[in-house]
Design a binder for this molecule. Sequence first.
Ligand code: SAM
Length: 392
Amino acid sequence: MAEGPGDPAGDRDVEVRQLRRLFRIFGATQCRDRSPVYEALSEGVADDDGLLDLLMSTPRDQRRPSLLFAAVNLLLASDPGSALAGYYPVRGGRRPVDDRLMPAFAAFCAEHRDELGRLLRTGSTQTNEIRRCVALRLGLDHVRRRWPGPLALVEAGASAGLNLLVDRYRYRVGGQEASAAGASPVLITCEVRGGSPHERILGPVPEITSRRGIDRHPVDLADPGARAWLEAFVWPERLDDLAVLRGAIDLAVSSATVTVAPGDATTDTARLIGELPGREPVVVFTASLLSYLDFDARAAFAAQLRQAAARRPVAWVFAEAPGLVATTDGLIVPEGSLARRNSRYLIGASLRGSGHRDDALLALADPYLRWLAPARHRTDDFAWLPTDADTG
Ligand SMILES: C[S@@+](CC[C@H](N)C(=O)[O-])C[C@H]1O[C@@H](n2cnc3c(N)ncnc32)[C@H](O)[C@@H]1O
């Protein structure tokens, strides 16, 4: 009998095809110009039936390129002499991508199949991109100009909570450097396109009275295994990112001022804000959270912000895909192409207090905040920013 939709084997074929496509898209959109190793491996995995079989044996929502690559990267730490490690600068490798990379990857996965399978079944995708503090600083500056004085800081979807240490890092933005933290060991760099918002990003950071995060799967930095897992999400060539991440982790552990509670942003944000001491305004930061939330969950998160703002001024500062911002809580995103530029992040702020609401778009940026283009006015559609910048 022919296989077709509804047949288990037919469904499986469809899922395998989707998986191949997912890896090819990941390679072409996420890795091109950023990671030659992952770009080549994404194509290689898409063509490797054995690896696709391994992925098919894991729950559907665990079949993600970033998870496979992080799991392999983690295992490489205990096998630094392997041929594969030779291609990973973060594991001490120096070999350029060549046609032996994919065979080395497939052989490594076969050799570590059981452990890899376990990581793929149980691991959660866990990243903490500290460069996004540049977006937070832009947002804090916007809030500071409207609500001068101390602020409480909350991050929803905080991961390890490293963005909550926004005022403890050094910054070099558009070639200019500023430090709110004296001799911070952590330097965050960001290029500026089409403007010079240095004073807005590198200006004074308001006094932060408390720092609290909430996450469905908080990373416990005191656990060496959790720390190694977080580090494994750094891409093979990004030695600079690894150094920044490690510096920020050390700072967080030694300062012990950051707490990230387990919880769901769509149900627990208002309660968390309600528990904060004081009456000063609260800045709620989200970065790369909305992509985890469907339409209803985004509406629920917005309702949490409204509920909290009924009791105390709340400013939502975000760095999120424009199309998701446009479909969350009626936020101002100009009609037109901006809402489709979802390979970029829109940075903005929405201030709510005493029945008033004040929304502004502040910048369009690379999702990893390697560059940022400041808005020319509060409802800028960024049509002036050439789309070729979208490839960089
Ligand atoms: C891509 S990470 C971004 C982490 C951090 N905001 C950053 O920019 O580096 C997204 C985080 O959101 C968390 N998350 C996803 N859905 C959530 C929810 N409904 N409530 C709380 N956290 C959530 C994930 O566990 C993950 O740590």
